[in-house]
Ligand binder design. Structure first.
Ligand SMILES: CC(C)(COP(=O)(O)OP(=O)(O)OC[C@H]1O[C@@H](n2cnc3c(N)ncnc32)[C@H](O)[C@@H]1OP(=O)(O)O)[C@@H](O)C(=O)NCCC(=O)NCCS
Length: 148
């Protein structure tokens, strides 16, 4: 059985994290991990996590560790390295996020957004119970939410 763990990105894990990348067709779908780590340094509420399987990093998630007024947390970035896609890591990671945030009494929803033609991400989130809110980000990205 595949098991994944979310591990906060420490100094030691940074280089493994920045080596991960998506395919050339997916580059517009998520910022590079190097960019996300800079974002995390500049925005202290955002927390970067490596997705580890058997001690090896297969992907990356950036959370906004700040609750918004209606009780929701945001997943800011999410990717599985090209070499490890299609093996179930993506779904397991989002399930782990749901489990982690369900321990927070103030978390009523988990929100995420993706560019409109990201069919794989849209299906992944909906399969796990996310629904489209009907709202769009300023840049047209589709917003989905998961009710705890
Ligand atoms: C979206 C993403 C994280 C999914 O990761 P993953 O590890 O491949 O996901 P899983 O292996 O758990 O697969 C989830 C489902 O998507 C399907 N899938 C995965 N890659 C696919 C592809 N390239 N084409 C079609 N379906 C695909 C799987 O078959 C699976 O379907 P199933 O549950 O019906 O069997 C990964 O594709 C990715 O990093 N994409 C680029 C960045 C991105 O889009 N991030 C999300 C921004 S919000």
């Amino acid at each position: 059985m595949t098991i994944i763990k979310l591990h906060k990105i420490t100094k030691e894990l940074e280089s493994e994290c920045t080596k991960l990348s998506v395919s050339s067709q997916q580059i517009a779908m998520v910022a590079s991990n190097a960019d996300s780590l800079i974002h995390a340094t500049n925005e202290p509420t955002s927390v970067p996590y490596g997705i580890l399987s058997d001690g090896m990093m297969v992907g990356f998630i950036l959370f906004d560790n700040e609750v918004y007024k209606d009780g929701y947390y945001w997943i800011l970035r999410f990717m599985i390295d090209e070499r490890f896609q299609g093996k179930g890591y993506g779904k397991l990671s989002i399930k782990e996020v749901i489990k982690m945030l369900s321990e927070r009494v103030d978390c009523k929803q988990i929100r995420v957004s993706h560019i409109p033609h990201n069919i794989v991400a849209n299906k992944l989130y909906k399969d796990l119970g996310f629904v489209e809110t009907g709202e769009l980000e300023g840049n047209g990205d589709i917003i989905l939410t998961y009710f705890m």
